[in-house]
Structure formats: structure tokens, C-alpha cells
Design a protein around this ligand. Structure first.
Ligand code: UN1
Length: 499
């Protein structure tokens, strides 16, 4: 069904700007469909958004943490009210299947509920002992100030909530820049925040591409930058932040994730875990697997079952629940993925098992692709095996023993998500200890994190943990506070207080 395009607006200090048509958000399922038209924030508008967040900060910080948390209770009610509408908008704008969009709305809701819950809980600080009996010492957390939230299109609802939830709970204020590929979902989220009663200026919305993100990052009034996206953009944010002495950056920058299938694996579970890891969301999760390491004695059998299952997957209309997954986000992404496919096809010694790729534009108005699967011994010279592809593209790689599997696993610059498929608890522990990753899964796909766990990685995958449980520590700083209950001064370390 064709819906009228959404009018894009910025939100600064609680006011919505008049709509402006600087850029369009197109549906990846049919690029002739305009989901909305949006303003690209000017330097003045970005500056005004930061100023508004700065201005709202003192009063918000002084508000009781419990009262701040209660705004999230109201937000949760509104998300429940609009659950289906949000999921449908998301399916149209980012092309994920509606069943995945519903799950993502629930994931965002869980974050909001988590934040409401911890509002009354003690992540707030500690009471610690002092060398002097009459002294009480406290470790207390304080907010930083203004947080910039820069988020990707593939989780346009849940990932912003992972970041905005803890930031606002702890008394920070925010400027939010959603991906220019999913501005409508970002705008809908901010509308809900306003309706839930977050005071004007506590959450501000700017739309636009990387130049808008760059303006935000360069603004010294922004204390914290929370980012999920590509390695290149994450590095740029880190570089731009380096001259600022107390800038905090928490960046999650993708992965080259693997599923390790051991000889003792339950076979069907191993095939399903590989398929879900590689092709759910059309391979477009930062935690998606593009490497499946399979014990060499199992590989023939595994490859056959994996390819025949992949052939049956239906990539089609995101609003049709029966489809397994949807298109990729836009034509530029499709072309990039296809370049990796072509590179593999042209590499001697590599065996293409399923030669997928773009569905011809004559057949579809959308950015559809079918899975590309290949088999190769591990080699570190092939960019497709080292770089994040972010699409339905996966390598099956043999390994001889656990040591070799660990070596292959760690021989990339990323370290985000890992799955081990095995029934042997000693072996599982060995992988847990030796592999470099941020989130590990056993007998599961390497996708599907829950919000109350830390989410983030090591190496190129990033620093900081821009999600629920991990993020509260990032958006606050620790302070020590010591009180003397005696009537005279006694110093620690045996230092004399005599004058
Ligand atoms: C992402 O891919 O950017 O763990 C986030 C998962 C989801 C979040 C993915 N809960 O698969």
C-alpha cells in the first residue's frame, strides 16, 4: 500500500522545525516509494540543538533519578500502544521483515523497561571503607552532560534506545542523529519521547548525513559520543574527538564474526545456527556471521545441508511474514556486496557453492539479493575474508583442530560476536578463553543479544559498550566523596595532621 511521504522535521528545545525537503528516505523494497522527505540540519541548527541540550541539562540533572526513570515508564506505554505502527514503518523504511521489526520494537521496549527498573536500583554508587574509622567514603556516579547519539539504519529503533535510555536516565541530555537511511523511524521515536513528557531540550533531533554527524562530533560542548556503525566512521569520530581532553567516545564498529562448528556438534542445530547467523536480516547485522569455520571432517556434509537450506530461504516483501528476510538497504550497498562476490568468483582455489547476487532490476523494483556461499581454506590475503561485507555473503572454512580454529578466528582485525557449536564443555571453555570477541554464544547463532547484557567488541569492533548494562558506566563518571564524622582531622596513610 502506498502511503503519503512523511514530513521530516528537526526537534530543537522541544519545538519541531517546519518541514523541509532536502533529502528523501526511500523504501529498499521499492526504491520508487518515498517514505519521507527530510531536512539536512545546517551548522546553525546543529549548534542550536547542542545549545538546547546544554541548556536543559542542569534542571534535568537535578531531577530525581527515580522521577527521570518514571518518564521511561510512560514511554514504555506509548511504545506498546504504537508497536505495530512502528514495526510497519520500520519494515517500509529499512526493508527488514515485519517479524524482525516487531522483535526490534520489543528489544527497544525492553531497554526502556530496564532503564525504568534500574532507576530504583543501586548501579548508582558504592559505600567503601576508609583507613580512618570516623570517615565514610562513597563512590558516586555523575552524568557527563550532553551526549550525541549517532546510530545506524539496521536497528533504527532499538539501538537508539540502547543509547538514549541510560544517557537520559542518568541525567545527561541528548542530541540524536538517526541514520539518513532511516530518519522516519528516528523521528517517530523522538515524537514518543516528547509525548512521554521528557522536558524540552532533553532530547533533540537532527537529521542528515555524515556531515551533520561530523558537526556534532566537532562541537566541544558535546561530552560523550555514542556511535554504532562502520569502522571508518567510528575511527573518524575517535580522531575528531582526540583533541578534546575529556571527550568520551563509545563506538561499536562492526565485525567479521564467525560460527565455529566442531566435530561433535549437533548437526541440525549447527546448520540452523549458521543460516540464522549469516542470513537473518539479509546478513546486515553488525553481529552477522560471514565466516563459518567447520571441522574438516564435517565440511562436505555441512556444506551440502547449508547450501540446500540457503536455497530455500525466501527474500521478499518485508511486509509479508512468510518471507525469511528482505532486501539490502540500498543500491550502493547491493553493489558493494556484489563487488565482494565478484572478487571471490575471480579468486583461484576458492569454490563457489551458491552463486547468488543481485536480483535483476527487470524482476524487482527493490534492492534484493540472494545468498552467496563459498568454500575456501583460510587465507589472509582475500579482502572478502577480512572485511565486513554486511550482506548475504558467507565463507565455509575448514579447520583441523581447536588450535587452528582459534588461530583462524582471531586472524582478523575485528572481534565482536562468536558462536561455538559443540557438546564438549572443555572445548567450549577453550574457545571462550582463547577467542577474541565481545559477545560469545554456545549452541546458538551469533546474533540475538538481549539488552540487559553488555554489547560491544574488541579490536576494530570498537571501544566502550554502547548498550544497556554496559552503557550506564559510560554515560556517567565516578566521583569519590569522603565525609569525616569525627570532630578533628585525621589523615590517611598515617600522615600527621599536627599544625
Ligand atoms: C546490530 O547488528 O547492529 O544481537 C545490533 C543482535 C541484536 C542487535 C544487533 N539484538 O543481533
Amino acid at each position: 500500500m502506498l502511503l503519503p511521504p512523511i514530513h521530516g522535521r528537526l526537534s530543537i528545545a522541544g519545538e519541531w522545525s517546519p518541514p523541509r525537503d532536502d533529502f528523501e528516505s526511500l523504501s529498499p523494497a521499492d526504491t520508487a516509494q518515498v517514505v519521507g522527505r527530510f531536512p539536512q540540519a545546517t551548522p546553525e541548527e546543529v549548534s542550536a540543538a547542542v545549545a538546547a541540550a546544554r541548556q536543559a541539562y542542569p534542571a534535568w540533572r537535578r531531577t530525581s533519578r527515580i522521577l527521570r526513570a518514571e518518564c521511561f515508564d510512560r514511554l514504555a506505554q506509548l511504545i506498546k500502544r504504537d508497536q505495530e505502527a512502528i514495526a510497519e514503518l520500520m519494515a517500509r523504511e529499512c526493508g527488514k521483515n515485519i517479524t524482525e521489526c516487531r522483535a526490534e520494537v520489543i528489544e527497544g521496549l525492553h531497554m526502556v523497561q530496564y532503564v525504568f527498573g534500574v532507576g530504583r536500583q543501586g548501579i548508582y554508587g558504592d559505600v567503601v571503607a576508609s583507613e580512618i574509622a570516623e570517615k565514610d567514603s562513597f563512590v558516586r556516579r555523575k552524568p557527563w552532560g550532553v551526549v550525541a547519539v549517532i546510530t545506524p539504519w539496521n536497528f533504527p529503533f532499538a539501538v537508539p534506545l540502547w543509547m538514549l535510555g541510560p544517557s537520559l536516565l542518568e541525567g545527561n541530555t541528548a542530541v540524536f542523529k538517526p541514520s539518513e537511511d532511516t530518519p522516519a523511524v528516528g523521528q517517530k521515536l523522538v515524537e514518543l519521547f516528547h509525548e512521554a513528557g521528557f522536558p524540552p531540550g532533553t532530547i533533540n533531533l537532527v537529521h542528515g548525513d555524515g556531515t551533520v554527524g561530523e558537526l556534532l562530533v566537532k562541537d566541544p560542548r558535546v561530552q560523550v559520543v555514542l556511535f554504532t556503525g562502520s569502522y571508518e566512521v567510528g575511527r573518524r569520530i575517535q580522531e575528531l574527538s582526540a583533541p578534546l581532553p575529556d571527550r568520551i567516545v563509545a563506538a561499536e564498529m562492526g565485525g567479521k564474526n564467525a560460527v565455529i562448528v566442531c566435530l561433535d556438534a549437533r548437526f541440525d542445530l549447527a546448520v540452523n545456527a549458521g543460516i540464522l547467523s549469516a542470513f537473518k536480516t539479509t546478513g546486515q547485522r553488525c553481529v552477522s556471521a560471514s565466516r563459518i569455520l567447520v571441522h574438516e571432517k564435517l565440511l562436505d556434509h555441512y556444506a551440502e545441508a547449508f547450501v540446500s537450506t540457503a536455497r530455500r530461504l525466501r527474500f521478499g516483501d518485508p511486509l509479508d511474514e512468510k518471507n525469511f528476510a528482505g532486501p539490502v538497504i540500498h543500491r550502493a550497498a547491493l553493489e558493494k556486496i556484489e563487488r565482494y562476490n565478484a572478487q571471490v568468483r575471480n579468486t583461484p582455489g576458492v569454490e563457489v557453492l551458491l552463486d547468488g547476487g543481485p536480483v535483476s532490476p527487470a524482476q524487482t523494483p527493490g534492492c534484493y539479493m540472494t545468498p552467496f556461499i563459498y568454500r575456501t581454506p583460510w587465507r589472509s590475503d582475500l579482502p572478502a575474508l577480512r572485511e565486513e561485507v554486511f550482506g548475504p555473503h558467507v565463507a565455509l572454512i575448514p579447520f583441523r583442530d581447536d588450535e587452528e580454529a582459534v588461530r583462524i578466528h582471531n586472524d582478523v582485525e575485528y572481534g565482536l560476536s562468536l558462536a561455538v557449536i559443540s557438546e564438549d564443555y572443555r572445548r567450549i571453555r577453550y574457545f571462550r578463553e582463547e577467542c577474541e570477541y565481545g559477545m560469545g554464544y554456545v549452541n546458538l547463532p551469533c546474533i540475538g543479544a538481549e539488552v540487559h547484557l553488555p554489547f560491544g567488541g574488541v579490536k576494530r569492533s570498537g571501544n566502550g559498550h554502547p548498550s544497556a548494562a554496559g552503557l550506564i558506566e559510560v554515560v556517567t563518571h565516578k566521583t569519590a566523596w569522603t565525609v569525616n564524622h569525627g570532630t578533628e582531622i585525621k589523615m590517611a596513610q598515617g600522615l600527621s595532621a599536627a599544625i
